[in-house]
Design a protein. Structure first.
Length: 230
């Protein structure tokens, strides 16, 4: 009997709390801290994942220094630079979306989220154009490499197919993260249209923003390493 009374009292107490406060948290401060901590753990895992790719880049560049420089000249630095600007702009719009959620500006929140999605799509379109050109001229990884100006017998310093294997792996995995980012930002946008976020409940927007900033940061490293190597 006492247990039933305790459950009813607990439900009544929780009924006074906002709908977005999970029952296993005492208050929004505790919930927001827990979700942000979980997001940072995820971002550390993502950083370790990309660290393996960067180590492969370092190893192969050390093994094939001459080819690395020659193959990098085949990349379109203009498109890479434009993509860098696009991603940096999308990082700004994502930060503005977080700020709009904090200040309860629902209209600007939706506008900045859509702007971020637009920047992400712009990045993918430019990358698709780059990939299409490389497919056309044979600048492909491994056994599919057939670019006449760089063909030759692999040696201690000549293996352009390895450079493009690293290029497609690193940019491809990064592109996959951009696609995932589009999905989660659109999910946040749909929730924003329902009015789910306010100055107390905006951690979901902030955490997605942290993910998007990591995606942008990784590209900031990829662009000079792949396009501007000297």
């Amino acid at each position: 009997m006492s247990t039933s009374v305790e459950n009813e009292s607990s439900e009544a107490a929780h009924g006074d709390q906002p709908w977005y406060l999970a029952h296993h948290f005492h208050d929004m401060g505790q919930q927001n801290a827990a979700t942000k901590f979980g997001m940072w753990l995820f971002l550390v895992q993502e950083t370790l994942f990309f660290a393996g790719l960067f180590m492969a880049y370092i190893a192969f560049r050390w093994l094939y220094p001459d080819t690395w420089l020659q193959a990098a000249e085949q990349l379109d630095k203009t498109m890479g630079g434009v993509n860098t600007v696009v991603l940096l702009a999308s990082s700004l719009t994502m930060a503005l979306a977080v700020r709009a959620a904090q200040t309860d500006d629902q209209k600007k929140l939706q506008i900045w989220l859509l702007a971020t999605i637009g920047g992400a799509f712009g990045f993918l379109v430019i990358k698709f154009i780059e990939y299409s050109h490389k497919l056309h001229v044979g600048l492909l990884p491994g056994k599919w490499f057939s670019a006449g100006e760089l063909t030759g017998e692999p040696s201690a310093t000549f293996a352009p197919q390895i450079f493009f294997s690293i290029y497609f792996m690193m940019t491809g995995v990064h592109g996959l993260h951009v696609v995932i980012g589009i999905g989660v930002i659109f999910w946040i946008y749909l929730r924003a249209r329902r009015g789910d976020f306010n100055p107390e409940n905006y951690s979901a927007v902030e955490n997605v923003g942290l993910y998007w900033h990591l995606v942008d940061l990784i590209w900031i490293f990829l662009f000079p390493l792949l396009y501007l190597v000297r």
